[in-house]
Design a protein around this ligand. Structure first.
Ligand code: AMP
Ligand code: ZN
Ligand code: FE
Ligand code: FE
Length: 276
């Protein structure tokens, strides 16, 4: 029987609404054998999901989606199969998470200046089960308070890049993110290249040690996935794919929306030095 994987799933340890147990139930319903938990700038959801998966025999691959920036553009770097429990790595991640909290304080301040003064840092941070607080949490509070009628309106009016209450995040270049993960034995993969639009930089990323491209992603035509498969093979990189599920926080996708054959998981494992 063929085995299927979804290698890009968020939990409520970052900006999804789903608990580890819910993610595992969805993976079972979708007939997945393997999932990767790839929360934004935190590994806190990995161990609880491994625990929740145990009795069902679903393989949980440790992952993360690191935020990076180059020339003012947000670039997400996925990482897989690194030593996620390493203390030094976790200290680095804590720096990113503290920067997220400070940034949230600044965005709340900006909203106050705009006349929306009724938001506390505690209530926004209370929506996330780790320190990796983000704009979707603030969008939810804006909606709960009736300042906007939808999460999208919160982004369009206040939180989107360059909007009135926007504050940029911790500055890390893709090269720094790639090198950070390399130190802890993992492989890095450029997240959703069809959305990010930095094709011309991929050759440079490969030189820095990028190990793969996320060729399979929601709403990606087969031809475009094929384009990224060819580009990956040109640079001796692997390909991955995933749903980028965020529970109720992103309605257009869900666990198992994108399924990749398990062969690709094996290739991913073979591409990690410690798993070779
Ligand atoms: P953060 O990590 O705090 O910068 O938040 C990033 C998340 O906010 C992304 O993963 C998206 O889910 C969401 N997001 C960013 N920009 C927009 C936008 N213009 N419209 C809707 N959602 C957005
Ligand atoms: Zn997210
Ligand atoms: Fe992303
Ligand atoms: Fe994501």
């Amino acid at each position: 029987m063929s085995k299927w994987a979804d290698l890009h799933i968020h939990t409520f340890y970052s900006d999804s609404t789903s608990s580890p147990q819910e993610v595992i139930q969805q993976a079972i319903d979708q007939g997945l054998s393997c999932i990767a938990i790839a929360d934004h700038d935190t590994v806190d959801g990995i161990a609880p999901t491994i625990e929740a998966a145990k009795e069902f025999g679903i393989e949980v691959i440790p992952a993360i989606e690191l935020s990076a920036e180059l020339n003012g553009k947000d670039i997400h770097i996925l990482a897989y199969l690194f030593d996620y429990q390493n203390e030094e790595l976790n200290r680095q991640l804590e720096i990113m998470q503290n920067a997220r909290i400070q940034r949230m304080e600044q965005m709340i301040d900006k909203l106050k200046q705009l006349g929306f003064g009724n938001i506390s840092l505690e209530e926004v941070c209370g929506l996330v089960h780790s320190k990796a607080v983000g704009r979707p949490h603030l969008a939810l509070v804006l909606k709960q308070k009736g300042y906007v009628t939808s999460l999208q309106e919160a982004f369009d009016r206040f939180l989107a890049d360059g909007a009135a209450a926007y504050v940029p995040k911790f500055k890390q270049t893709p090269q720094e993110a790639i090198e950070l993960i390399k130190k802890y034995g993992g492989v890095t993969v450029l997240a959703h290249p069809m959305v990010t639009g930095v094709d011309e930089l991929i050759a440079q990323f490969a030189k820095w040690g990028l190990g793969g491209l996320e060729a399979f992603y929601p709403n990606t035509p087969a031809k475009l996935s094929e384009f990224y498969c060819n580009l990956a093979s040109k640079h001796q990189m692997v390909v991955t794919g995933g749903s980028d599920a965020h529970g109720a926080a992103k309605k257009h996708t869900f666990v198992g929306r994108v399924k990749i054959p398990y062969d690709l998981v094996e290739k991913l494992k073979q591409s990690v030095p410690t798993h070779a």
